[in-house]
Write a new protein. Structure first.
Length: 272
């Protein structure tokens, strides 16, 4: 199929909508196609796993140490960056799956050279590159050469599917780290955060912890950003497009018994 002129992304999106309305394309199919088109306006930074959330291991570990780190980690890719001295000095990428098939071997035998890409690289361009090596991982660098995060083809696919096919079974998730500290999804309700930390959280028109952070900062912050709101210190751990996906929340103080109601949470807000 060939046309005399090349269609723009907007024209393709309009055509997809027409075909959906005509019943040629299912709604889920049209939404996925539209999300792929929108990748052209995104960078790899929009799709990456931020450095703070990525498992990265020192080359000074032995095989037992690496295995212990993998078991202790909440989540990790099949490819794990190996650094020398500092996470900003990635020297290789461990192919975990191949190593696990030969667990008695030294893990260093399964390290290959890293691929570095700038944080400004177009996400669609990266996706095309990954199609040739779908199991690989790239290390994303900021403008100063520091490690910003990591990305695989799976991260980009997740970016495509996140809005196109949201799970109807998604539930709020809270990981209680201590009585005064927890990790939570960005869409976790403030009522659930309040119950977990044993305090009152009442902000008019705001229902979720992600919404609270967005309202305070006026934009979707980058991972690692911290804001203090009343009794809470909130650190953004992961974002995606215009959403806050995960945060870490710490309660800074315990309310005193008989405290005046004017000092209740929600009366004042302060910048970090």
């Amino acid at each position: 199929f060939q046309t005399s002129t090349e269609l723009t992304d907007d024209e393709i999106e309009t055509l997809v909508e027409m075909r959906r309305d005509q019943g040629v394309l299912a709604r889920s199919e049209s939404e996925i196609i539209q999300e792929i088109l929108r990748l052209g306006n995104k960078t790899v930074k929009d799709c990456m796993t931020p450095r703070v959330d990525a498992l990265m291991l020192s080359d000074r570990l032995d095989s037992d140490g690496v295995m212990e780190a993998l078991r202790a980690a909440d989540d990790w890719h099949w490819f794990v960056p190996i650094y020398q001295g500092s996470p900003d000095l990635v020297i290789g990428v461990l192919d975990v799956k191949r190593w696990l098939f030969q667990p008695d071997a030294d893990f260093r035998a399964f390290i290959h050279s890293p691929v570095f890409i700038p944080e400004t690289m177009n996400a669609l361009e990266a996706f095309r590159d990954f199609l040739g090596t779908p199991g690989s991982l790239a290390v994303i660098l900021d403008e100063y050469g520091g490690v910003e995060g990591i990305i695989t083809h799976g991260d980009i696919v997740e970016e495509i599917l996140a809005d196109a096919a949201p799970s109807p079974y998604q539930v709020d998730e809270i990981d209680q780290l201590s009585p005064n500290r927890l990790r939570a999804d960005g869409d976790t309700r403030l009522d659930d955060i309040a119950d977990a930390l044993d305090l009152a959280l009442e902000y008019e028109g705001i229902d979720t912890i992600g919404g609270l952070v967005f309202n305070e900062m006026g934009q979707v912050p980058s991972p690692g950003s911290t804001v203090t709101i009343d009794e809470l210190r909130i650190t953004v751990r992961r974002t995606q497009r215009q959403r806050i996906l995960a945060v870490e929340v710490e309660r800074l103080s315990h309310p005193e018994e008989g405290a005046d109601s004017d000092s209740a949470p929600g009366k004042e807000r302060t910048e970090p």
